[in-house]
Design a protein around this ligand. Structure first.
Ligand code: ADP
Length: 505
């Protein structure tokens, strides 16, 4: 349904006004009319009637068409204004049109009024639409400019000619400029000379291939200081999909860059000092080990020379020197081996050998009498006599020495057992060291292979040790592609099982 159209008629003769209404009604339905003949009524009608179109007589006794036209242009410039008169000469008509009238109709041709109004309304609609579109465009421009000027990003755009044509307020403030015009292509001069060539290369290459690009460069702040920017840019296209240049935004990443640099330096420093520490430990261990070996050898030599004449008391002293010396050597060996593993200087010698003969029975040989001396029972349970594996003999030997040494240390009564078992249809061999010692709490279990971790710590500790043994055991297991597991219960005992793949048995 056609919407109601308010038509304001300025006319002093009721018959002429009636004539106009009739002509208009022939072409347009749903029209509301208001007839005025004085300036005051006209101004009021503009306000409260809000006409869509005005039809005005040229000359009235107390008012005139030109004044009405000027008032309209002032108060409601989009409302079409048609001059209607019976006495219009050519010159008056031209003046009215020049003054801004939409059209004019001579009363003798009143039949034309309907179509004149129709085309004026159509024209008005077109103008209104254009105006609305312009308003929308302006609004969206303001919207995006506000967006661009809010936040931290320095935004720029360039045109087809590769020249830069827009910078947001944040970018302008950064470089200390007031307007885009003042700045223009100049901003390239703010890029650090060392970064400029690569920046231009990336920009030009991306421009030619229409690719997105990202680059870091230093940009001169208005204070003179260079700041690191991370610049990300994308090609721009118009509404027809035509390439029109680039849009990019830069973020100040100086603090992030500095932080990363500091972190890298700190890491390098930490690694270097860790290496130095390990090297120092390795050297110190050598320094302690050599004289210690001399002490133990001479003590043993003296003991054997004086064997016959030694009183039981003196013999005990010699045994004391021997066992304290061996303990010191074991501690030093642990430190030395740990340092070697940390620095990565341990050189494994991988061979094929029988783990039972070359390792297990030897470790048992070293520890069986010590276990019995402590009043514990020793058991060896095995369902195989030979198992060839591939690995590093020294470190595998150390694995079991450490495990059995711990069992001996942490068991005060009961037994220690070495259990050798075939697993997964002869594919693997599982070797367990089981004791009836103090056991390990569940909470400590997750830290058990961490270096320097001991369930009881501090000077009140009841057991010897430095917390390095199990960490080294774990490292040695990894080195030999063996797996290790622990089962333990506080106050009941512990069982450490190491599993190796068997080559043959
Ligand atoms: P430590 O030199 O203290 O024995 P380890 O690295 O060999 O260091 O062992 C770490 C900790 O694990 C020990 O301090 C102890 O608390 C616990 N632990 C290791 N083996 C046993 C065991 N057989 N029985 C009870 N606790 C053990």
């Amino acid at each position: 349904m056609q919407k109601n159209i308010n038509i304001l008629i300025i006319e002093d003769l009721p018959s002429d006004a009636e004539l106009s209404k009739r002509e208009i009604n022939k072409i347009l339905k749903n029209c509301s009319f208001r007839i005025v003949e004085t300036e005051e009524d006209f101004i009021n009608a503009l306000d409260d009637f809000q006409p869509e179109i005005i039809v005005s007589d040229y000359s009235l006794p107390n008012f005139d068409g030109l004044t009405a036209l000027n008032l309209t242009l002032d108060k409601s410039p989009l409302t079409p204004f048609i001059i209607l008169t019976g006495s219009m000469n050519e010159e008056t008509a031209v003046n009215c049109m020049k003054a801004g009238a939409t059209d004019y109709v001579i009363k003798e041709h009143i039949k034309r009024l309907g179509t004149a109004i129709l085309s004026a309304l159509e024209k008005k609609e077109i103008i209104q639409k254009k105006l609305n579109a312009e308003i929308k465009l302006k609004e969206s421009e303001v919207h995006f400019r506000t967006l661009a000027d809010t936040g931290l990003a320095l935004i720029w755009t360039s045109g087809l000619d590769k020249k830069f044509n827009y910078f947001n307020r944040i970018l302008l403030e950064f470089v200390g400029k007031n307007s885009n015009k003042e700045f223009g292509n100049e901003w390239i001069k703010g890029i650090h000379p060392e970064d400029l060539i690569s920046c231009l290369q990336i920009y030009n290459k991306s421009f030619d291939t229409r690719q997105k690009f990202s680059m870091d460069f230093r940009l001169k702040h208005f204070s003179g200081e260079y700041r690191w920017m991370q610049n990300d840019a994308s090609p721009r296209y118009d509404s027809y999909g035509k390439f029109i240049g680039y849009i990019g935004h830069c973020l100040d990443i100086t603090d992030r860059k500095n932080m990363i640099e500091e972190l890298v330096l700190a890491k390098e420093k930490a690694e270097q000092s860790e290496k130095l520490k390990s090297e120092f430990l390795a050297q110190m261990s050598h320094e302690i080990r050599s004289p210690m070996n001399v002490i133990i050898s001479y003590a043993n030599l003296l003991k054997s020379i004086l064997e016959e004449t030694l009183s039981p008391e003196l013999k005990e002293y010699f045994d004391g020197i021997d066992s304290a010396g061996l303990r010191l050597i074991r501690t030093v060996d642990l430190i030395l081996n740990t340092a070697e593993m940390n620095v990565g200087s341990y050189e494994a010698t991988v061979t094929k050998f029988d783990i039972i003969k070359n390792v297990i029975l030897k470790v048992i040989g070293d520890y069986e009498s010590l276990i019995k001396q402590k009043g514990l029972t020793f058991n060896y349970v095995s369902n195989i006599s030979e198992a060839i594996i591939s690995g590093d003999n020294y470190s595998i030997y150390q694995i079991f020495t450490n495990l059995i040494d711990n069992s001996l240390k942490y068991t005060n009564q009961g037994s220690i057992s070495v259990i050798v078992d075939n697993k997964d249809g002869n594919k693997n061999i599982a070797i367990s060291i089981e004791d009836t010692g103090i056991g390990i709490s569940e909470e400590f279990m997750e830290n058990i292979f961490e270096p320097f971790m001991q369930e009881e710590m501090g000077y009140s500790r009841r057991y010897e040790g430095n917390g390095l043994g199990l960490a080294l055991v774990k490292n040695y297991c990894n080195l030999n592609r063996a797996s290790i597991s622990v089962e333990s219960k506080k106050g009941v005992g512990s069982k450490f099982t190491v599993t190796f793949p068997i080559l043959k048995n």
